[in-house]
Design a protein around this ligand. Structure first.
Ligand SMILES: C[S@@+](CC[C@H](N)C(=O)[O-])C[C@H]1O[C@@H](n2cnc3c(N)ncnc32)[C@H](O)[C@@H]1O
Length: 374
């Protein structure tokens, strides 16, 4: 359905959430910040924070739900410690001390999510528009997600794209092959940049110079990447979530990279859209934070507010929570079949099941947004 006056076609395939309809309390501040915040449900109940079935770990108390705006300075102080490089510690898990370690060490995605893919799926059958569609598997759905972002973002052969948190460059390669656009990818993880270059060199249909990959952080874009701009499109898939406490700084970088009239096409992983209903909800969300080394995750409402405060116009917004749920259900089943483990020996399927429950409880979510600069 098209929305009159809007620049883009607006479809809400999982229209359970419309702009402005979230609860106000949608930011988690884990890691002991609770004592200094005006806590929500979790704090009031004095929930001991330990994911079910996990060993105790030191230095942390419990996740606390805060209303948007509360304790932001505390979150920012913590985030600033890693702001120079964009490395976020979160909990240590086995040898992993940060999100960078997590990706540098992790070898499971190729098997569970599809070769070189590190994002979630878009499942057309969930669109509930009356069409009878086959149910894609998670690898097919990941490609469908990229294709949907390309189509709704209006990327074509004249486009110059900057992919932030580009992973192993699969989406840059897809963009280049399907549209003819050029693409620059930036990623924090050295292993990913190495693989992205190898993939670009061996993928048929990609011209020399069409793809460039640069190691660095999107909190402070490498000058080498900026020099290749300005860009018609900034593109990103489930990467900003790793540094949500620095989202305003990331958005400032997006602005700097975009050409006048440019468009940001963003898919992000999110935190709570409302208070947890039980202590189990708290434990499930905490397990997700721990596995992915998150410190702060904004919910749908806070994310949109931060984007607008940063001077962007939200041209289009979709709630993709249902797609995230299906992605994690599929991955849980694959992880279980493989007997895969996290770096500390926790069965990955257990953590993915906790993620499924956290999404159902609206403590974890996913979005898709198209932004222009005011
Ligand atoms: C879930 S993966 C998604 C990768 C890729 N976008 C994809 O869809 O396959 C998140 C990526 O963000 C990268 N990342 C995390 N923090 C970053 C930062 N501060 N700057 C740049 N990249 C970052 C990680 O290295 C990882 O490749």
């Amino acid at each position: 359905m098209s929305q009159s006056g809007a620049k883009y076609v607006v479809e809400l395939p999982t229209a359970e959430l419309k702009l402005g309809s979230c609860a106000t309390s949608d930011r988690w501040l884990p890691h002991g910040l609770g004592r200094r915040t005006l806590g929500g449900v979790a704090a009031r109940r004095k929930v001991p924070w330990r994911p079910r079935g996990s060993r105790p770990f030191g230095g942390h108390t419990r996740p606390v739900l805060c209303s948007a705006g509360e304790s932001l300075d505390l979150a920012n102080d913590k985030a600033r410690q890693g702001a120079a490089s964009g490395v976020v510690a979160g909990e240590s898990v086995g040898q992993e001390q940060s999100q960078r370690d997590f990706y540098q060490i992790n070898n499971l995605y190729d098997t569970i999510s599809g070769q070189d893919n590190i994002h979630h799926g878009f499942y057309p059958h969930l669109a509930r528009d009356g069409r009878e569609l086959v149910v894609l598997d998670n690898v097919q759905a990941s490609m469908a997600l990229t294709q949907r972002m390309i189509a709704l973002g209006g990327i074509d052969r004249t486009s110059k794209v900057l992919d932030l948190g580009c992973g192993k460059g699969l989406s840059c390669s897809t963009i280049a092959k399907l549209t003819g656009a050029s693409c620059v990818g930036v990623d924090l993880t050295p292993k990913h940049i190495e693989r992205a270059n190898a993939l670009a060199a061996t993928t048929a249909g990609i011209e020399r110079g069409q793809l460039t990959f640069v190691e660095g952080s999107f909190t402070e874009l490498p000058s080498e990447a900026l020099a290749l701009g300005p860009f018609s499109h900034v593109f990103s898939q489930v990467a900003f979530c790793h540094v949500h406490a620095e989202l305003p700084a990331i958005l400032a970088q997006v602005k700097q990279a975009l050409a006048p009239g440019g468009v940001a096409v963003i898919n992000d992983m999110l935190g709570a859209s409302g208070p947890p209903a039980s202590e189990d909800d708290v434990a499930d969300a905490a397990a997700v934070y721990r596995r992915l080394h998150f410190e702060v995750l904004h919910g749908h409402q806070a994310w949109r507010r931060i984007v607008e405060e940063a001077g962007f116009t939200l041209e289009h917004y979709e709630n993709w929570d249902a797609h995230m749920l299906k992605s994690y259900e599929d991955r849980r089943d694959k992880a279980e079949a493989l007997g895969a483990e996290m770096a500390d020996g926790t069965p990955l399927a257990t953590n993915f099941e906790q993620t499924v429950r956290a999404v159902r409880a609206r403590q974890i979510g996913m979005n898709f947004a198209i932004l222009t600069v005011d």
